[in-house]
Design a protein around this ligand. Structure first.
Ligand SMILES: [Zn+2]
Length: 272
């Protein structure tokens, strides 16, 4: 009797526990599903709708490059250490890059594989492209490292450097028409990745989606670089991304607000 009376009580408790657990698991699962959702497959730089956020004909703040010296300069080489990458200190040509709004950066060209006759044009070419980026990014890129290599470009916040590789990768970006947007992405790593340590993550977690699969797969490394490009496009070159605006605004409104609240200097972009 006691047993028969007790048994259903225990069962009910178990059922309650199981129900509670199921609800909890469902909640956790739904949260992770929405957090893992994304707007664009791959990365934002590989969406043709974003290839013209910066056109080669857009204004550049580039002022001048001048040759300074030859020296050993620290840079990240993805080919080193059996393609795992390493900081190296190769012999390099050093240029001073000046922009019209007073910012200066150092361009370092690793000597290996380049002819001295070609380096001034190379420094100018990338100085002009860097000059098309917003002030807040150029300000955060102290070193522009150029290497002969087929590896991917890169950007680094702790050294405030970006790596540009001249080879198959740069040919691909030029052919595709997303060279400027790739430089924007890498410069964002160098200039703004420190925002992960500020209050980026609570804003990110309030949104229902990531902007791209690449950001979703690397939420603490690629989310800011992936999101900042579309924030700038939406707010300052909106005429070039008209068809994308509503779905971006619906998907990452809190991230867009985060950048808006920062009130970053985006010259030479202008409000449209
Ligand atoms: Zn990246």
């Amino acid at each position: 009797m006691n047993y028969s009376k007790t048994k259903p009580t225990v069962s009910l408790k178990r059922i309650n526990k199981i129900t509670l657990l199921t609800i909890m698991l469902f909640c956790i699962n739904s949260r992770s599903i929405s957090q893992n959702a994304f707007v664009y497959d791959n990365g934002t730089n590989w969406q043709s709708c974003f290839y013209d956020i910066i056109k080669s004909s857009d204004p550049s703040t580039f002022k001048s490059v001048s040759f300074e010296t030859k020296k050993y300069a620290e840079m990240w080489d993805r080919d080193a250490n059996n393609n795992r990458g390493a900081w190296i200190n190769p012999k390099s040509w050093i240029f001073r890059l000046s922009y019209v709004d007073g910012i200066e950066s150092e361009i370092r060209i690793r000597q290996l594989g380049f002819k001295k006759d070609d380096i001034m044009n190379l420094a100018k070419e990338y100085g002009k492209k860097m000059g098309q980026l917003p002030y807040c990014l150029r300000k955060g890129v102290k070193y522009i490292n150029i290497l002969k290599s087929d590896a991917l470009f890169g950007g680094n916040n702790s050294k405030h450097s970006i790596e540009i590789t001249i080879g198959k990768t740069s040919e691909l970006y030029n052919r595709t028409g997303n060279m400027e947007e790739i430089l924007f992405h890498e410069a964002t790593h160098a200039a703004l990745d420190n925002l992960y340590k500020e209050n980026w993550i609570p804003y990110r977690d309030k949104d229902s989606k990531f902007i791209s699969k690449y950001a979703a797969n690397n939420p603490n490394r690629e989310d800011i670089s992936e999101s900042f490009l579309v924030y700038v496009a939406l707010n300052f070159r909106s005429d070039r991304v008209t068809s994308e605006m509503s779905k971006i605004k619906q998907s990452i409104p809190n991230r867009l607000n985060f950048f808006k609240n920062k009130d970053l200097n985006i010259f030479p972009f202008s409000k449209k």
